[in-house]
Write a new protein. Sequence first.
Length: 267
Amino acid sequence: MGKKSVARNARLEELRREQKRKERRRALLIYGTSGFVALALLAGIIVYSVFDNRSKNKERSVGYVAAASPAAVTANCTGIRNDQSYGNQHVGATDTVEYKDSPPSSGNHESDPLPDAIRFYNPDSGIRVERAVHNLEHGFVVGWYDAKLPTDQVEKLRTVAADAGNRFIAVPWTRNDFAGDQHFVLTGWDRTQRCGTVSADVVKEFVKKWANPPLDGVTWDSPTAAESGAAGGTLNVTEDGPIDPAAAAAGGVVPGAGTMTQAPTAP
């Protein structure tokens, strides 16, 4: 073999070794970069999970207030606040519960909630607060209005309630006046939003968020309704107030002509 062939073969062998070195470096670079990317993604997932859990824990804690929506701001409403729980024991049909909040979003209540069939109760209906609080535990939303809510707003609430779905009821609050200029208050179990005016959009948002909330919420620091999805109670009221049992037994006319004009006769 000539000197040129030997030199050529040596050069080819050197080129092959150099090519293999480059391929190894390229492979190491690729694997190293892929490993780094994988580690970075894993770290990102862990960090996101930690912050997501912290955020969720914060949003589920007592005292947390969600930012008011544009519709809520327009209606002079607060954001939705997570409230402290105040029990859920049953009391007698004539017992009065002194609630810590006006109006309450939880607490002890009468065993018979208000019925599903009535969406709005008139200002002088005398509907028991204790019954409405039981509706909250069943996953209803209650829209409370006090004596200072202007008449035109009361009539607007009547219309809004008719279109808000069967998990919303509007109930007068007569124990005192709500603080400030916010005389309409939405509550779900352990959730409160106070408003200066009645807004169909705000009611719709609240109902969508807190009517029949998922049951996993009972484990949160500020829980959601433990009996979510349960039905309403006995239809022994009208929009004007409780039906007089004596009048009903006698077959007489009962209050609430717009809802029920005649009590059932006794068998």
